[in-house]
Design a protein around this ligand. Structure first.
Ligand code: FAD
Ligand code: NAP
Length: 313
């Protein structure tokens, strides 16, 4: 038999956006229910040191997320280990089906399902993730002071990350699979003029090379797609910047989207194109993609939901 659970506010996702929304909503006495999804704690659970969460000069990502979960529970949020497999936003109360078989009904919904960086899919990339391989220059650039870095990609993100990484690195090599970038021209100009940056065209990464003990990156083996020639570019950091995929699968046919499947919100708010449905964090934000900005949007979503629910009463 299907168990049904009703809540005034359903929060989908347990990253910084979801947990912050839960803290605020619980303190507003909305008795929120938060469904964690397949990655309890979100993206920060797959990183090591976080050095830009205000109040902590350094904290392990998984530890920070355990603390956020504890905070949400302590304030009175109900945190449930389940994954939403279907969401119907066409009628109120909204309905969400859990992988567990539970049917959630909710007066309002906050979507905080985040985004995932796209990866190349190489076994060696997977092996060195967190040990020299990263998809976030803002997060990890600081660890490569005076070192050599390879950045993969040809869009705005790759160029922006390459430029940003010159603040730390002695040398940055951008590797792109074609002979022209899709990044904005002004960004390209800055890239080409930068004395620390060189570009390798028409090349794909065959393997990230590194050491076993300690685990660490030493280079990137590249193959020229036109000639087939291989070369190894020495590097200590390997940054993949080939785009992000927002986790908007549940709502992509129901809500207005922007910039390649990110959930659109009314500027300056977290209101989506359906009344009573709010979105926060990386799911809606293709620009900043930080824990602190996601948490900020989680706060906004809880306040927006609270005001909206109050107006329905
Ligand atoms: P996420 O953290 O992506 O969480 C999404 C949540 O949604 C997950 O809990 C997932 O289980 C849940 N979910 C998804 N689908 C469903 C579903 N169908 N049902 C239920 N739940 C679902 N930012 C920084 O500020 N500093 C850093 O140092 C930093 N380091 C990073 C290192 C790495 C390796 C990565 C990948 C990212 C890093 N970031 C960092 C970025 C930061 O992690 C993200 O900006 C932030 O986690 C986004 O928070 P979020 O709550 O929007 O989503
Ligand atoms: P993007 O524009 O989709 O670019 C992705 C890049 O990665 C492309 O150059 C692509 O190559 C390459 N790529 C994709 N898959 C690859 C693979 N498997 N192997 C090797 N290379 C691969 O993504 P983005 O740069 O993250 O930008 C996403 C959106 O955010 C864009 O709309 C962008 O303008 C915007 N953005 C804006 C700013 C800004 O305004 N400052 C900053 C960042 C992002 P091809 O070119 O060959 O396809």
């Amino acid at each position: 038999m299907t168990a049904t659970k009703h809540t005034r506010l359903l929060i989908v996702g347990s990253g910084p956006a979801g947990y912050t929304a839960a803290v605020y909503a619980a303190r507003a006495m909305l008795e929120p229910v938060l469904v964690q999804g397949m990655q309890p704690g979100g993206q920060l659970t797959i990183t090591t040191d976080v050095e830009n969460w205000p109040g902590e000069t350094s904290i392990l990502g998984p530890d920070l997320m355990v603390r956020m979960e504890g905070h949400a529970r302590e304030m009175g949020a109900e945190v449930i280990t389940d994954t939403i497999t279907a969401l119907d936003l066409s009628n109120r109360p909204f309905t969400a089906t859990g992988d567990s078989g539970t049917l959630y009904t909710a007066d309002a919904v906050i979507l905080a399902t985040g985004a995932q960086a796209r990866w190349l899919g190489l076994p060696s990339e997977e092996k060195f993730k967190g040990f020299g391989v990263s998809a976030c220059a803002t997060c990890d650039g600081f660890f490569y002071r005076g070192k050599e870095i390879v950045v993969v990609g040809g869009g705005n993100t790759a160029v922006e990350e390459a430029l940003f990484l010159t603040n730390f690195a002695s040398k940055v090599t951008l590797v792109h699979r074609r002979d022209s970038l899709r990044a904005e021209k002004i960004m390209q100009d800055r890239l080409f003029k930068h004395p620390k940056i060189s570009v390798i065209w028409d090349s794909e990464v065959v393997q990230v090379e590194g050491t076993e003990m300690p685990l660490g990156v030493t280079g990137a083996r590249l193959r020229n797609l036109k000639t087939g020639a291989e070369q190894v570019v020495p590097c200590d950091g390997f940054f993949v910047a080939i785009g992000h995929a927002p986790a908007s699968e549940l709502v992509k046919d129901q809500l207005k989207l922007h910039s390649g499947n990110y959930v659109w919100v009314e500027p300056g708010s977290t209101r989506t194109s359906i009344e009573g449905v709010f979105a926060a964090g990386d799911l809606t934000d293709h620009t900043y993609r930080q824990a602190v900005t996601s948490a900020g949007m989680g706060c906004m979503a809880a306040l927006d939901a609270e005001h909206w629910l109050a107006a329905q009463a």
